[in-house]
Design a protein around this ligand. Structure first.
Ligand code: NAD
Length: 258
């Protein structure tokens, strides 16, 4: 990450925060983007030491005007972005016939359109400035299979869109030296994972996950973050349009037990 500047959305928590911390630990600079201004300010204060550059920027990733303003300000400040990780995301569960169209749109707006807007702005800059880059989006096993627990219609559709977009962008922008890949995290200890689960049901669910995930546990946010770091860096220089699955074996396993 030496001399690289990486923009991370969803940097206030979970996988995005872990990526941001690892970029700085690896000698890179990071732009922290999240709607939670206080949290990214606190992380920036924690990470800013010596010559390391950490820049918090508050933004709702689903708001086109705010996304454009992030890039306008970075341009004005002479900050060149080399890599992007779009980790901002939400999950609103519910059976399809009970889901409101507002909730459906909210999930699409943040997970899919938010990722698209950041890709679009960065790709435009990189092409114009004739610079290479590496973009990492966050997909999910839900892009490929239905969750046995159910109620993941909107979330799955948004992640399926991410996976399709990764392949399409990878093909379109390879000619510019810009790589586009996805990480596919399995169940990871973050706010998003537990958002829809009442406190008193979490221990039982953790136990069930431990029994059903081949590696027998949930991931820490650092584990998918390390996969993202590899895709950002030059060690993955011939990798584009791919999905790096970091799911403890979930997708490799048939759920039927006979
Ligand atoms: N945790 C998991 O088990 C898991 C599994 C597979 C994929 N993922 C994906 O990984 C990504 C990161 O998830 P996480 O588990 O770290 O979640 P998290 O809830 O810990 O963090 C998500 C971050 O996104 C931010 N955010 C949400 N909406 C935003 C908006 N409109 N504008 C700006 N910021 C916004 C939140 O403030 C938060 O800081 C998501 O795309 C998620 O779908 C997570």
């Amino acid at each position: 990450m030496n001399s690289k500047t990486i923009l991370v959305t969803g940097a206030a928590n979970g996988i995005g925060e872990a990526v941001s911390r690892q970029v700085v630990a690896a000698g890179g600079a990071v732009v922290l983007v999240d709607r939670d201004a206080d949290a990214i300010a606190a992380i920036a204060a924690d990470l800013s030491s010596g010559r390391r550059q950490v820049r918090p920027m508050t933004c709702d990733v689903s708001n086109e005007t705010e996304v454009k303003e992030v890039f306008r300000r970075l341009h004005e400040e002479g900050v060149h972005i080399d890599g992007l990780v779009t980790a901002a995301g939400i999950d609103i569960g519910g059976a399809a016939h009970e889901l409101s169209v507002e909730d459906w749109r909210r999930v699409m707006d943040i997970n899919l359109t938010g990722s698209y807007l950041f890709c679009r702005e960065l790709l435009g800059r990189l092409v114009q400035e004739q610079r290479p880059g590496s973009i990492v989006l966050c997909s999910s096993p839900a892009a490929s299979v239905g969750f046995a627990a159910g109620g993941a219609t909107a979330y799955s559709a948004s992640k399926g869109g991410i996976s399709a977009m990764v392949r399409s962008l990878a093909v379109d922008y390879a000619q510019y030296g810009i790589r586009v890949n996805a990480i596919v995290p399995g169940p990871t200890e973050t706010n998003l994972m537990w958002a829809a689960v009442p406190e008193d049901q979490r221990a039982a669910m953790r136990n069930q996950i431990a029994q059903e995930v081949p590696l027998g546990r949930m991931a820490s946010p650092d584990e998918p973050a390390r996969a993202a770091l590899w895709l950002l860096g030059s060690d993955s220089s011939y990798v584009t349009g791919s999905h790096l699955v970091c799911d403890g074996g979930v997708l490799a396993k048939a759920s039927i037990s006979v």
